[in-house]
Design a protein around this ligand. Structure first.
Ligand SMILES: Oc1cc(-c2ccc(F)cc2)cc2nccnc12
Ligand SMILES: [Mg+2]
Length: 214
């Protein structure tokens, strides 16, 4: 049977990227998805904004919702300082299998931990299961319908603290209107929009950065 899009992306990484070199994994994926086969990675343009938010924050504990092929886990993981950890949740087992290989190829298996399952099931169990107190940084990049429910769950589970930064992908395309309305209206958040483009295209998209005020 045919290979899947994630499997073809993984083959490009294994054929063209340097093992243990996150920068080369990122550039191989971006070149492949721009020139051969589009895939829903955050990409290089929005990725540059992601990099600047992470670098400025220098977080110790990071949560990513939606791993896909592991591109943004590698982007974030490569910027974390020793002792810092990224926990990334992926619902789709086929995506998770590819992402584990991409994360390993980049040499980030000790920094990035991939957990398979639904974010709504896992968020209430993160403290007891992984000994996490609160997150410094959260990247939302899974199904847009789940953004609002998941940050309300993170609030309820007291996994946010004063200053926790949430960064949400695709708030314009495909769009997360209920999430945007919530973080922009709520006195609990200080929110701003970073205008950009949908990965590898000219269509508008952007990232919403929201600081939890607690
Ligand atoms: O970055 C993204 C882009 C798209 C997407 C798909 C098809 C289009 F036509 C436009 C945009 C879907 C996504 N789902 C989950 C996480 N990230 C996504
Ligand atoms: Mg996305």
């Amino acid at each position: 049977t045919r290979t899947t899009r994630p499997q073809r992306l993984l083959k490009a990484v294994q054929d063209r990227a340097i093992r243990g070199n996150p920068k080369s994994v990122i550039s191989v994926i971006d070149h492949y998805c721009r020139n051969q086969e589009w895939a829903m990675n955050v990409g290089d343009e929005k990725g540059f904004i992601l990099d600047s938010v992470v670098s400025e924050l220098n977080p110790q504990t990071v949560l990513e919702l939606g791993t896909y092929c592991g591109y943004s886990a590698v982007r974030i993981g490569r910027l974390l300082h020793s002792g810092a950890r990224l926990l990334t949740l992926e619902f789709n087992p086929d995506y998770a299998a590819v992402a584990r290989e991409v994360i390993s190829w980049a040499g980030l298996e000790n920094t990035v931990q991939l957990v398979e399952g639904a974010s709504g099931d896992w968020i209430p169990r993160l403290r007891e299961h992984f000994g996490i107190h609160t997150f410094d940084f959260i990247f939302l990049d899974h199904w847009k319908e789940g953004y609002l429910a998941d940050i309300k769950l993170l609030e309820e589970c007291r996994l946010l603290r004063k200053g926790t930064v949430l960064l949400a992908d695709n708030v314009v395309c495909p769009g997360a209107p209920d999430y945007l309305e919530y973080v922009r209206k709520s006195p609990l958040y200080d929110s701003r929009y970073f205008k950009s483009h949908l990965e590898y295209t000219k269509a508008e998209d952007g990232l919403e950065k929201s600081v939890y005020l607690g």
